[in-house]
Design a protein around this ligand. Sequence first.
Ligand code: ADP
Ligand code: ZN
Length: 220
Amino acid sequence: MGVRLIIMGPPGVGKGTQGELLAERFGIPRLSTGDMIRAALKAGTRLGERVRVYYEAGDLVPDEVVLGLIAEAFDGPEAACGFLLDGFPRTVAQADGLAELLTARAIGLDAVLSLEAPEQELVERISGRRVCEACGLVTHVRLVGDASPCPACGASLVQRSDDRAETVRNRLSVYREQTEPLLAYYASSETGLTAVDGLGSPEAVRDRLLETLRCAEAAG
Ligand code: ADP
Ligand code: ZN
């Protein structure tokens, strides 16, 4: 039996890193709307061209675009037995759309996780984030220094186009205004909301998340 999870939290809190670890642990795909959008941008598809301005400005892309991406992923073979949603839903309209998609498929959510960290830490994590152009590795200048090649494959490390300081400030305010209300939305839902401290090493945070899920399972 697979599990169905949402991991929520502000930009830079570590959703991608932790989502990847959890997805691997549970043998489920991580469905990241951010990754899907970056893939479309890179491939230069029509969808990519349509959302580029929003993405580059740190604004949300239209709800119907991400709902379409998620619906498509739900109907693929990969997600048949479970999934972890990362970076989706981000608005109340997306959460309502998700509820419809789940109801239509007669499935429910097992847990909604909320990763938390102070704003100063978020800015620091995002501004130092570097990604490998070739293999997709995500790392931080704290780990690799400022001008080094990718430790995994030797290609060059670059800053994500929406990780520049001006854009980051906008992403954080978009989060506060449009996404934070979802915490209350899920807290009062049947599934409930589980908050987890996102400070510390990736391993420490992962262990906290796993412990939380284990307890949720025992309680449910
Ligand atoms: P982060 O969580 O660090 O902000 P993501 O990769 O999740 O990074 O998102 C990057 C950008 O992709 C967002 O700023 C937005 O433009 C777009 N995006 C991703 N997911 C969604 C979504 N569910 N709804 C609208 N826009 C999205
Ligand atoms: Zn690499």
